[in-house]
Design a protein around this ligand. Structure first.
Ligand SMILES: [Zn+2]
Length: 205
């Protein structure tokens, strides 16, 4: 906790003075984020840093393995779906980006099974992506399965986004764009999912 408070004090000392007006404006006018990003909770993957975004620009939803569940309005506690609903129906974001990443522990658990000491919630959650695992196993050999499965979970989340009627209708009307990306935490490279279904590295300049 001490390190967190040190960081907070640095923020107040170094960043707040230059950011103050920006936050005051956001407090006055509310947020109008440019995009909703579904990202992994992994501490090494920070969408705000990767996209060099200002406060108010990104509406970020983070969970284990950047999964989007299918739409199932059944009264259960659907945190990711609630965030999607708020971002799309209330904030009217024009873009949703599903961003996976290299060395994803959630995807590793999908391939190897959830750790026995943490299986209460991880196992059923990651089980959402079983179709992605099966596709990855069918498509590639063992050495490439982690990356292939990371990419397949991104594709699966994009497919599941379309099961939400208020996402599908906006996409069909051209007011909402869905994209997929994969961030390599080793190289800092971002790959975008193209129309041809392949991931291509974004040139740095
Ligand atoms: Zn991850």
């Amino acid at each position: 906790m001490d390190r967190l408070l040190c960081g907070y004090r640095r923020f107040r000392r170094d960043r707040w003075p230059e950011r103050r007006r920006q936050f005051e404006a956001l407090a006055d006018t509310g947020q109008r984020p440019r995009a909703l990003v579904v990202s992994c909770a992994d501490s090494r993957v920070d969408p705000g840093m990767i996209f060099d975004a200002d406060p108010g620009e990104l509406f970020v939803v983070r969970n284990v393995a950047n999964l989007v569940p299918p739409c199932s309005p059944d009264g259960a506690y659907h945190g990711t779906s609630a965030a999607l609903e708020f971002g799309v129906r209330i904030l009217n974001v024009p873009d949703i980006l599903v961003m996976g990443h290299a060395l994803c522990g959630g995807v590793r658990a999908l391939l190897d099974g959830a750790p026995a000491e943490a299986a209460d919630f991880i196992a059923p959650w990651i089980g959402l992506a079983a179709p992605a695992r099966d596709r990855a196993r069918a498509r590639t050999d063992l050495a490439d399965q982690q990356l292939c499965c990371e990419q397949e979970t991104i594709r699966l989340s994009l497919e599941n986004l379309l099961t939400f009627p208020w996402i599908e209708s906006r996409r069909a009307a051209g007011t909402l764009r869905l994209s997929g990306a994969h961030f390599d935490i080793r190289s800092g490279e971002l790959s975008l999912l193209g129309e041809d279904g392949k991931f291509v590295i974004v040139p740095p300049v």
